[in-house]
Design a protein around this ligand. Structure first.
Ligand SMILES: CC(C)(COP(=O)(O)OP(=O)(O)OC[C@H]1O[C@@H](n2cnc3c(N)ncnc32)[C@H](O)[C@@H]1OP(=O)(O)O)[C@@H](O)C(=O)NCCC(=O)NCCS
Length: 159
């Protein structure tokens, strides 16, 4: 099944248990439940994506002074490659636009080919590199910095 419509709702503290299952499944270095707690507490925009009332993924963005930052985007393994990551990104871009952001930034591991391909297909461009940004099995891994301009009228990168 591809491209069925997702529903989105704000993440609550009660969701964190489920969110952590996905985190542990998809990352070698997952966020902790404390990080999600803190993100909700400080007012970051923490979202859950649902397909037929089942959680399929989660995301966190911050928006400050015209700039949004995608801090987390995760789709459960069994739901990957169904177009949900792209749908989630377009939803997050709309959210950021409503809060007057003109740009969305994100970091990604150079080794994460699936995510890089997803961000490229969603209209993000690589604009830089952050040295030793991520933990890695041996030492640290750099992050690639990606950006997408957000126009004030809805633009379509999902055709
Ligand atoms: C990255 C991620 C969010 C993508 O979500 P997804 O729902 O699987 O992606 P989509 O189905 O929307 O794919 C959109 C496009 O991304 C690219 N893509 C996605 N997964 C890919 C893969 N495994 N290999 C190559 N390209 C891939 C393709 O271009 C795809 O378009 P196509 O299916 O028409 O070819 C998902 O793989 C994920 O959650 N990964 C683990 C967590 C993670 O790494 N998050 C990003 C941290 S920066």
């Amino acid at each position: 099944m591809k491209n069925s419509e997702l529903c989105f709702r704000r993440m609550t503290l009660a969701d964190i248990r489920w969110v952590m299952k996905v985190e542990r499944e998809v990352y070698q270095f997952p966020w902790t439940d404390k990080i999600f707690n803190d993100c909700i507490r400080v007012g970051y925009y923490c979202w859950i994506a649902l397909q037929q009332q089942k959680i399929v993924g989660h995301a966190v963005i911050s928006v400050t002074a015209g700039e949004s930052h995608m801090l987390n985007l995760s789709i459960a393994r069994e739901h990957q490659r169904k177009g949900y990551g792209r749908q989630f990104i377009e939803f997050l871009i709309d959210e950021a636009r409503e809060r007057n952001a003109q740009t969305m930034l994100l970091e990604v591991r150079p080794s994460n080919a699936a995510a890089i391909s997803c961000y490229n297909s969603a209209g993000f461009n690589e604009i830089g590199c952050r040295k030793d940004y991520y933990p890695a099995s041996e030492g640290r891994e750099d992050a690639l910095l990606f950006a997408r301009h957000i126009s004030q009228t809805a633009d379509l990168h999902n055709s």
